[in-house]
Design a protein around this ligand. Sequence first.
Ligand SMILES: [Fe+2]
Length: 305
Amino acid sequence: MSDSDTWRFVHVTDIHLGSTESYRFNPAFGENWETAAEQIRALAPDLLLVGGDITRDGNLHAYEFDRSRAALDALGIPWHCVPGNMDTGNKHTDRQGARDDRDDLACNVTEAQLQTYRDKIGPTTWSFVHRGVRFSGCYEIIADTTLPSARALDAWLQNLATLPRCAQHVMLNHYPLFTDTPDDPPRDITDPSGYLDWYFSAEPAPRRKLIEAYRSAGVTHVLSGHIHCRRPPLNFEGMNYCFGASTAFAQWKDRWSDGDARLGFQVFTVTPDGIDYRFEPLSHVSTRTDGWGPGGHPKPEARRV
Ligand SMILES: [Fe+2]
């Protein structure tokens, strides 16, 4: 569908393709991607927003980006991507968390990882206008860190507010800015019952800074991934927050009463009146079980089959 004033864009995230060269691989994720790709092609969107985690372990294996890039290029649809934490590294912490199966400090995203992403995929901040809608993307979770890229993010956000305004402005992120509301309290990585709340969202200071910057830039929609559990769009203070589904596998199914653990992607239809949202579940979910290796963020000694 695409006529003079009604057209679509698609948001897909956490496709986690991975590689058979890795210490871990799950062919079901690739099969699910192929299903999603077929469905996306049939929709013929103008463009595709890819919300990060295009690799399984791009933070360890730069070669994984090549397969992901080829898979996205094969769609034949213009695509625009932001990094995810498995492509680069995690939200920063200054202390070890409650889980002894991972080394949280070693998972902190580094400048070198961000540079590898840039070398392999492209910029980590971008903004453009397509048919009267502004689209922007950034790896928001680095805000307020000491990374040089965080200073570049600040400058980019400042500049964003000076760009020509559009009635609709879609911001692509990887992490959700919050788990419950924009007023979520600080999360404690050392609290076993709060670890996932820490892991899956931004902390109050960078969150507030990002929201204020987005507001100054006229952002109307904030699209995120990372949690692998879709939620119907939430509206807070005039901004729509869309927590997207993964195409690869589900997580955190029981966190919210409105959580939807189905795999799939988000379809946005732009009309003269605004942007309509719908979720498209995968038409078929892979049942392959012939993968190998552990999940999560294994310590080096666990990165063997
Ligand atoms: Fe992910």
